[in-house]
Design a protein around this ligand. Structure first.
Ligand SMILES: [Fe+2]
Length: 362
């Protein structure tokens, strides 16, 4: 038995926001647009959204203060603003941070939740959520998860409920044309990690595997050509691959790589994609023990001869190493071990396994 759920209406391709007004209008009259500080203004996405709203005679207010790895404090501030403005729905424009924030803001507009209940529920229906990705990585445009930084827990934590699936998503690869090469690499590796982890997860299903293989088919060929000016056709493949990988993790969630990577982002400031990229080779080595057939399939689809070839590629994309003290490793093991990401990993994950993998990053 398995369940497949993908309630988001996805529009994909250049200029896909043209004519979006008629669908957006069904969500209400006034939107709360949620963005980071700068990029939505530069890459054309915010203008495309406001043009669509304007064309349908709708109004909006803007909250443009979402930081990377958004905090509970910021999403609460935005939700208070949205409530005071009596908005009908929330549009998140950006990378994972603004889209994840938009989901939680929509939830906080209709739910009174303290910092603990925010992550557990129960919840009532949030305001409708619309997503406009401007990077190719997170997959948040089609998932039911919003990741926040929670200082009380000392890590990143997820709000996870089918209620925050976006109702509409507009994925236009041209919004990623101004993304730097470094961020393009980081986000592509995040997307790759979603596809691989979903494929290997204990929660994988025949239908999530179809999307995982599709994502790897589109991401794999570009892992060796992410330098210089990245052509539009490549941007399109990366966004399609990232969205397909998002559909995967909407079914399976993530596994050990993300579970461990969160500590590297929270405590060591590594970008999310880079944290995943450093951990992926060690993870694949573990998976080769329990899922050899699928690991071979991954190499085949991505175009690598095996683990060594894949590791070389990731090292050339992400040459930095990270040395952790034994105290740090012990603390990160304690944070990682009880997570759902570990439970979904198709390997008997012990504290020793996690510690060894952290040590291997030096
Ligand atoms: Fe991720």
């Amino acid at each position: 038995m398995f369940m497949y759920e993908m309630p988001t209406r996805l529009f994909f391709g250049k200029d896909c926001l043209n004519g979006a007004g008629k669908d957006l209008k069904k969500l209400g009259q006034k939107a709360l647009i949620v963005t980071g500080r700068h990029s939505a203004k530069i890459n054309g996405s915010q203008k495309a959204v406001t043009e669509a709203l304007k064309s349908a005679g709708m109004t909006w207010v803007l909250f443009d203060q979402i930081e990377n790895n958004p905090s509970i404090k910021t999403v609460r501030k935005a939700a208070e603003f949205g409530k005071a403005e009596h908005v009908d729905f929330v549009i998140g424009i950006g990378g994972g941070s603004p889209m994840d924030a938009a989901k939680v803001i929509a939830l906080l507009c209709t739910n009174d939740l303290d910092d603990k209940a925010l992550f557990t529920g129960p919840y009532v229906r949030p305001l409708p959520i619309v997503t406009v990705p401007t990077t190719s990585g997170t997959g948040s445009e089609v998932t039911k998860v919003g990741v926040l930084t929670n200082p009380a827990a000392g890590t990143k934590q997820s709000v996870n409920t089918p209620l925050i699936f976006p109702v509409l998503s507009y994925a236009d690869p041209s919004f990623t044309e101004s993304v730097s090469t470094t961020v393009t690499i980081d986000t592509a590796i995040d997307a790759l990690s979603h596809a691989i982890e979903g494929y290997m997860s204990r929660k994988s299903t025949p239908m999530s595997d179809v999307w995982a293989e599709e994502a790897m088919r589109f991401l794999g060929p570009h892992l060796t050509d992410l330098e210089g000016t990245i052509p539009y056709a490549v941007r399109e493949d990366l966004m399609y691959g990232a969205t397909a990988a998002g559909i995967v993790i909407a079914q399976t969630g993530t596994t050990l790589v993300h579970g461990m990577g969160y500590q590297l982002t929270y405590y060591k400031g590594l970008s999310h994609g880079r944290a995943n990229g450093l951990l992926l080779p060690g993870y694949m080595q573990l998976m080769a023990e329990t899922m050899a057939d699928k690991v071979e399939k991954v190499w085949d689809i991505l175009g690598f001869s095996g683990l060594e070839d894949f590791t070389d590629c990731l090292h050339s994309l992400m040459p930095e190493r990270i040395s952790l003290t034994e105290d740090e490793i012990a603390a990160y093991v304690r944070l990682t071990l009880p997570t759902g990401a570990v439970a979904s990993t198709a390997y008997e994950v012990t504290g020793d396994v996690i510690a060894r993998l952290y040590r291997s990053l030096a």
